[in-house]
Design a protein around this ligand. Structure first.
Ligand code: BES
Ligand code: MN
Ligand code: ZN
Length: 522
């Protein structure tokens, strides 16, 4: 059989973005994009165009060509009074209901239409639309994310790819006032960094388990390090044995794929400035989770290729930070393993000693995420972290509790939790906090070891976090359970790129706090 080669994981965006301020009727571009609210109400930029066109647009609306329903678009050629070749009207739905979700949907509809109609160059006025409580920076960042999300394809493993005849190449976002230009340009760079991170995460997570192995993740981490000047250190099985990472190794035992322990360091912080303690991001890197001897049932088991989404998200976040040249020190740590059954696999009831010295009774080999994370949490103590955030598709219970809308957040420090919740809200990649009360800890009691690796059916997400908390006592720590948010099932099956926006925004805010230079992007 021919070996599949998967390269160019780090392809950059196909679209060139820029920011501008100026009137819509004066734009010499292939296409000017303006919004229309339901029913038949022109947005402000659309009104300007209409004035220049002596009421041509309002006339069309009156005749019923466009209602302004969300998602509808109408492409017009050679509109009198306008310099652009075409005008694209985009339906926005009811003005009173125009919020975050609707804003992103309008950008997505724009991109789809431009891509289908050969409008390879567009000047978009939707960024001028008011979205309640969201400033120009938010609107620009979200516009870029929505564009990249709409254009994203994962077709490298298909023999036949849908080629777009004249794909979108250039997009300009408009701001109403010149005074907004600086903020918008800063947001443009941030949006591009977030989008680049999201696309890296998606490319890694969408890749199937036979190709995306722990070794592959390690190679990609090395490539990422070379590209962005990061320091990379990758520990193999023997080094992990020497360190006593026995809970991690217990997960890897059933697989022929060797485990890898990946450490990437980004040094953007200046020492002596009070910001030299690293922010440590730990990502669960189970490249495929069969459940092990506690084997999972067949339905949807293919989706367990996404069980390395946490790993992908922390690699993506450090890439985004490097692209923005944030003045921070950041370390991404990925314990990477495959969880398989087999003759030498860990059995339910086996007891192992973790790197911390605590003994763990592995009652269920399908609760493997916490077993690899706990040794990683002990390992990172050596960095004397400012804080540690782990990211993991950890529990099915989190999907039951919170669905696919928000990620679960648990923390041993309320300040850190608050920052992450705020970052989630600001980046529209939200999380919701669950309690980590001491009372839940007793569910982890084991008759034979210091603790068991499962806590029974009640509060499964909380007891998983309780397990991790036993290994995170030496620093401020937060845990993101992304089991419900990292990927979609069904017809739209695929990685979502979450929580890269949340993590990246958290880093941007941290950078703004430490360095008076702000996000120092160039
Ligand atoms: N990777 C799964 C969690 C998961 C489930 C993610 C569904 C996404 C969708 C994790 O390793 C797991 O199997 N967790 C078990 C824990 C249980 C055995 C205590 C679970 O949630 O069922
Ligand atoms: Mn599992
Ligand atoms: Zn898992």
């Amino acid at each position: 059989m021919r070996k599949l080669r998967v390269s160019f994981i780090f392809q950059e965006s196909a679209v060139e973005f820029s920011i501008k301020s100026g009137s819509p009727e004066k734009q010499r571009t292939a296409c000017v994009v303006v919004g229309v609210f339901e029913s038949r109400k022109l947005s402000l930029p659309a009104e300007l165009l209409d004035n220049a066109a002596r009421g041509h647009l309002s006339e069309l609306l009156r005749r019923g060509d466009m209602e302004g329903k969300a998602g509808n678009t109408l492409l017009l050629h050679k509109v009198p009074g306008a310099e652009a070749d075409r005008i694209l009207l985009v339906g926005l739905g009811k003005e009173r209901e125009f919020r975050e979700k609707e804003y992103r949907a309008a950008i997505a509809a724009t991109v789809r239409t431009l891509n289908e109609t050969g409008g390879f160059d567009g000047t978009i006025y939707l960024t001028e639309l008011p979205v309640k409580k969201r400033d120009i920076a938010w609107r620009v960042r979200q516009a870029i994310i929505a564009v990249e999300e709409t254009l994203y394809r994962f077709d490298r493993l298909k023999s036949k790819k849908d080629e777009v005849r004249r794909p979108l190449r250039k997009l300009t976002f408009c701001v109403e006032r010149r005074g907004e230009l600086a903020a918008a340009e800063q947001a443009l760079r941030e949006g591009q960094a977030i989008a680049a991170g999201m696309s890296l995460m998606k490319n890694l997570a969408n890749l199937p388990g036979n190709l995306c192995t722990p070794t592959y993740l390690a190679e990609q981490a090395r490539a990422l390090a070379a590209e962005h000047g990061l320091a990379a250190e990758i520990l193999g099985r023997e080094e992990m044995e020497q360190l006593g990472m026995n809970t991690l190794l217990a997960v890897a035992r059933g697989s022929h794929q060797p485990p890898q322990f990946i450490v990437l360091k980004y040094q953007g912080g200046k020492s002596g400035k009070g910001n030299d303690k690293p922010i440590v991001l730990v990502g669960k890197g189970v490249t495929f989770d069969t459940g092990g001897i506690s084997l999972k049932p067949p339905p949807e088991m293919d989706e367990m290729k996404f069980d390395m989404s946490g790993a992908a998200s922390v690699l993506a976040a450090i890439k985004a930070a490097a692209l923005m040249k944030l003045p921070l020190n950041i370390i991404a740590v990925v314990p990477a393993v495959e969880n398989m059954p087999g003759g030498s696999a860990t059995r339910p009831g086996d007891i192992v000693t973790s790197m911390s010295g605590q003994t763990v009774e592995i009652l269920n080999t399908d609760a493997e995420g916490r077993l690899i994370l706990c040794d990683a949490l002990t390992y990172v103590e050596r960095f004397e972290p400012d804080c540690v955030i782990d990211v993991a598709t950890l529990t099915g219970a989190c999907v039951i509790a919170l669905g696919h809308v928000v990620s679960g957040l648990l923390a041993n420090d309320d300040g850190l939790a608050r920052e992450l919740l705020d970052a989630g809200n600001a980046s529209w990649d939200r999380a919701w906090q669950l309690p980590l009360f001491e009372d839940y800890q007793e569910q982890l009691q084991s008759n034979f070891a210091d603790l068991g690796n499962i806590g029974g059916r009640p509060a499964g997400t909380i007891t998983a976090a309780c397990f991790l908390s036993r290994f995170a006592k030496k620093y401020e720590w937060a845990h993101l359970d992304i089991a419900g948010t990292a990927y979609k099932s069904g017809k739209e099956k695929g990685s979502t790129g979450r929580p890269v926006p949340l993590l990246t925004h958290f880093l941007i805010e941290r950078a703004a706090k430490v360095g008076a230079g702000g996000t120092a992007s160039q």
